[in-house]
Design a protein around this ligand. Structure first.
Ligand code: ZN
Length: 298
């Protein structure tokens, strides 16, 4: 069984705005500042908890001149985090003070949540579903990713892949939303019959990544997905984890990423400096010239 989410990756606009919002307002730690290994002229920011724990990580490719994405079928809706049970009021205050309009609280499958858009239009939800911190009862900090939501024009094909191939279990329905679960992580499928395809750009999710413990498990998953007729990439070295990618039948890009080796392999204070994988170090100077300079990173 897949043990839950590893990370969610989305597109942003201006890099500095993205960095400031997720560190200063959302209180996440910048755990890695690198580039998109497939497009080294673009930053790749990783945010997460202090330890960069898989399951807490949200990453961005900032595209300074990107137009807003167009929502539609074949994409993940946004990002959902779990926060301590009594923290929604504190979050609403903090976000409004930062100029972010907030809606809710509303309830989904029995859990209260608030919703807003980040400065580049990415839909974000905060679910009051995590226990209070025993050490700091008033600490509203994000605890982990809560769930993922897929938007699908023809959800039946996705249901079949989730249950028959990927090991998800059906939970229940609420309106046009069908909930599945794997190892305690909810995955919702929202039916959008007749909807056009999403056009991903700033404020859109690029892919969602599921965890595996190690390479052996990843190899087993790869074989299983190939056998099920899905087109899966080779294993790709992402420096901090190893990845395979495939599209579920509705078109949403899924990744399966290993927990290790993790974000501490190349710096003691992750996020402090621009890190490049060994194969990009020889062209560091030209990469740095193409990237927008950033103000001090906390
Ligand atoms: Zn990824």
């Amino acid at each position: 069984m897949l043990p839950g989410l590893h990370h969610v990756t989305a597109f942003a606009g201006d890099a500095q705005t993205n960095l400031d919002f997720y560190t200063r307002v959302m209180g996440l730690r910048l755990i890695k500042r690198t580039v998109n290994f497939d497009d080294p002229g673009t930053y790749h920011f990783y945010f997460g908890d202090a330890n960069g724990t898989p399951g807490t990580i949200l990453t961005f490719f900032p595209w300074p001149a990107a137009p807003p994405g167009v929502a539609g079928a074949g994409q993940a809706a946004g990002v959902s985090f779990a926060v301590p049970k009594s923290s929604l009021e504190a979050w609403t205050d903090r976000l409004r003070k930062a100029g972010i309009p907030v809606t809710g609280p509303r309830t989904r499958f029995g859990e209260e949540f608030i919703a807003f858009h980040d400065p580049h239009g990415l839909p974000v939800e905060l679910f009051a579903s995590a226990p209070e911190s025993a050490n700091a009862p008033d600490d509203p900090s994000i605890v982990r990713l809560h769930s993922a939501t897929l938007c699908e024009a023809d959800p039946q094909r996705t249901f079949a892949a989730l249950e028959d191939t990927l090991g998800f279990r059906y939970v229940s329905n609420e309106g046009d939303r069908t909930r599945f679960d794997v190892a305690g992580t909810p995955l919702d499928v929202v039916a959008m019959p007749g909807a056009g395809r999403a056009k991903p750009s700033a404020g859109s999710v690029h892919h969602i990544a599921w965890r595996v413990a190690n390479r052996e498990e990843q190899d087993e998953w790869r074989a299983k997905l190939v056998e099920a007729g899905l087109r899966v990439t080779r294993v790709i070295d992402r420096q901090y984890f190893r990845s395979i990618y495939f599209r579920e039948p509705g078109g949403v890009l899924f990744e399966i990423a290993t927990d290790g080796p993790g974000f501490f392999i190349d710096e003691i204070n992750p996020g402090e400096s621009l890190k490049l994988p060994p194969w990009l170090e020889p062209i560091r100077a030209s990469i740095e010239r193409r990237l927008a300079p950033l103000e001090a990173v906390r």
